[in-house]
Design a protein around this ligand. Sequence first.
Ligand SMILES: [Zn+2]
Length: 395
Amino acid sequence: MSIAFRLDATDGPARAGLLTTPHGAVPMPAFMPVATQASVKALSPQEVRQVGATIVLANTYHLYLRPGVERVAQAGGLHRFMRWDGPLLTDSGGFQAYSLGGLRSITGEGVLFKSYLDGSEHLFTPEAVIAYQEALGADIIMPLDQCAPYGEGHAELEAAVERTYGWAVRSQGARRRADQALFGIVQGGTSERLRREAAQAITSLDFPGYAIGGLSVGESKEDTYRMAELTAVQLPADRPRYLMGVGSPEDLVACVARGIDLFDCALPTRVARNGALFTPQGRVNITNARFREMDVPFQEGCDCYTCQGFSAAYLHHLFKAQELLAYRLATIHNLRFVLRLMEEMRRVILEGRFEAYARAFLSTYRSADQEVRVEQRRRWRPKQARQVEQTGLQE
Ligand SMILES: [Zn+2]
C-alpha cells in the first residue's frame, strides 16, 4: 500500500479530504512544515506534533549532500533517523539545485550543480533522484522537474514543460519500491496554455497525486492564484493536489478557495526566527517597542504553547537578548497559527460555510506580500544567492 485519498466534502472549489499513508492519515487541506535538514528548525518532533502538524517535508538536496542518503538508509530510513513517525514527503532536490546558486547546466540527462557546502560537482538525474528518495523512505516522493525561473521566455517555459514530462516518465520507470507514492508535477510558469498542456500530459501518466510547481517564485499574487486555479481544475478530483512552496496565511486561504489540498513553505518558520509573528490582522514584529511592557499573551485566544504560557513582553525580551528559546516559542506560535487555519478551513468546508470564512479572514488579514516577494526574487538570482551556511537561518 502506498497512499489512498478520500474526498470528504467540497464547498465551491474548496475541498476537504483525507490522505492515508503507511505512517498515518493527513486530514486535508493540510500544511507541511519544512524540515530542510531532517529537522523543523528549533523544534523537536514532539513539538511539531503538538502544534498540529500531520505531515512534514524534508529536502532531498540537503540530505543527499549531508549526511548522505546512504547514511540515512543505514540509520533505518528518514522516519527513524529524525524520529518522526508520521507521514513524510521528500522533494526531488531540483529546486535547491536550481536556486541555491550552484547551478551549472540543465541537459536532457539531468541537472549538474555545485554543492553549496564544498563546491563539488553533482549530477541529479530523474533515476538517481528516485533512488535517493527510495533510500530516504518518505511516504510521498517527487520526480525531478524543471522549474524555470520567473521571467523566462515562452520558448524556455515550453522546453521546461517538455523536459518535466520526459523526466516524469523516466521517474516512473525508475521506481523499485511499491510503498511510496510518486506525485506528478505540473509546470508552465504563468502561461495559461502551457499550464493546461502540462496538466493534460502529466495527468495522462496517472499519478496518485499531483503537484503544481513553479509558482510563488516572483510573479504577482494574482498570477499565482490564477495559475493555481486553472491548473487545479485540470486535475482529477479523486487525487490530492499539492501547491509547492506556497504558505503565507493569506495564500493558504486564497488557494484552498481555488481547490488546493496540500501546501509546504519555509516562510512561517523562517519569519518566526526573525521575530515576525502571525496575527489575524497580519504579521507583526515582536521586537517592536510596543511589546516591551505587554504582560499579556502575544495573541489573545491563541491556543499555542507560547501564547498559553508566556507574555508578549517576555517574548520581546527573549528576542532582544537573542535567547535561543525565542526562536522556539516564535516558531511554535507561527506554525500553530497556520495549522489551526488549516483545521478551521477543513471544518468550515465540511459545514458548507467556507466562502464566508475565507472572505472574513482575507478582509482582516493584511498581507506582508511585497517584502516576501522581493526576498523570493533575490533568492532566484544565482549570482546574488546567499550562502546558506553563513546565516544558518535559511531553508
Ligand atoms: Zn500563539
